[in-house]
Design a protein around this ligand. Sequence first.
Ligand SMILES: Nc1ncnc2c1ncn2[C@@H]1O[C@H](COP(=O)(O)OP(=O)(O)O)[C@@H](O)[C@H]1O
Ligand SMILES: N[C@@H](CCOP(=O)(O)O)C(=O)O
Length: 308
Amino acid sequence: MGTEELIIEAPASIANLGPAFDVAALAINPPSDIVKVKVTDGDGVFIRNSGEYASSLPSEGNGNSAYLVATRAIELAGLRRRIEIEVIKRIKPASGLGSSGATSAAVAYALNKLLNLSLSEWDLVELASYGELASAGVRHMDNVAASLLGGLVLVNPVIRRVIRVNFPELSIVVVIEGSKPNTGFMRSILPKAYELSDVVANMANVAQLVASVLMNDLDLFSRVITNDRVAMPYRVKAYEHWGVVKSVLENHGALGVILSGAGPSIAAFFKEKPQVNEIKTELMSAGLSPVVILTKPSNEGAREINHY
Ligand SMILES: Nc1ncnc2c1ncn2[C@@H]1O[C@H](COP(=O)(O)OP(=O)(O)O)[C@@H](O)[C@H]1O
Ligand SMILES: N[C@@H](CCOP(=O)(O)O)C(=O)O
């Protein structure tokens, strides 16, 4: 074979969407990651990082999510190939925006085509989830599914099925403040067992969260998205900025304020475009140094682009 190359863009994601721990995620763009994947004759997987956040990434071996996905793809193909990947890192790593997952999704998308794997939607999500071993230690599938498919995704490893639905055109503000050790650590601080009443409450909230999106019922959305008893209450204790950011975003009319994934980013949903500059000024007066992003749901997932 000769040289074959693809350039793929994949959106960032907000995992959990409040009560739906490991089950739901929403693709957002901006930001997005871009990968250039080249397959030639030979052996080995080689990673190079570039872009704004390149310096926070491991470049070699199994530390980079791109490497883990590529080695798994080679295994599935049962072929000898040399794979070169440039990760153009534009989503801040370890910020709770599915940065490692976006890279993984883009690499899985590229290699499914370049190695002629012909994977089903679920198998593609599974392939991408190998990348999450680098950061979370487990193959949680919410972030990678959103980055692959776009929109709101609902993953169900029990029956091996992912469902995606379009998400309404809301404005989203993401406040990135500080960082976290990694997603694996933020998983380790969660309880190992839950009260039945908490489990039932979360099932009710997730069911009605999905219904609120399908029915475009923003009042219902607003009531259930902040209502989590599984992950958020335990994790926000690790983030000193949670209280002040939540109250500033609520004062600006947010429909709901949640921790994005495992944090530290905080995401807020708005019916109308909010005054982002005012939000930032108020957060800075409260002593924070946040990056504040105005973004929106991306109903498009990973896609091929011509150049970068
Ligand atoms: N391709 C990648 N993109 C982003 N982070 C990566 C990648 N590969 C490995 N990592 C590591 O994973 C950690 C960030 O992943 P994670 O905690 O899941 O963050 P998030 O999903 O919030 O971006 C960092 O320690 C980072 O070095
Ligand atoms: N469901 C996962 C999602 C982690 O998202 P990240 O963007 O913070 O990596 C979890 O909550 O652990």
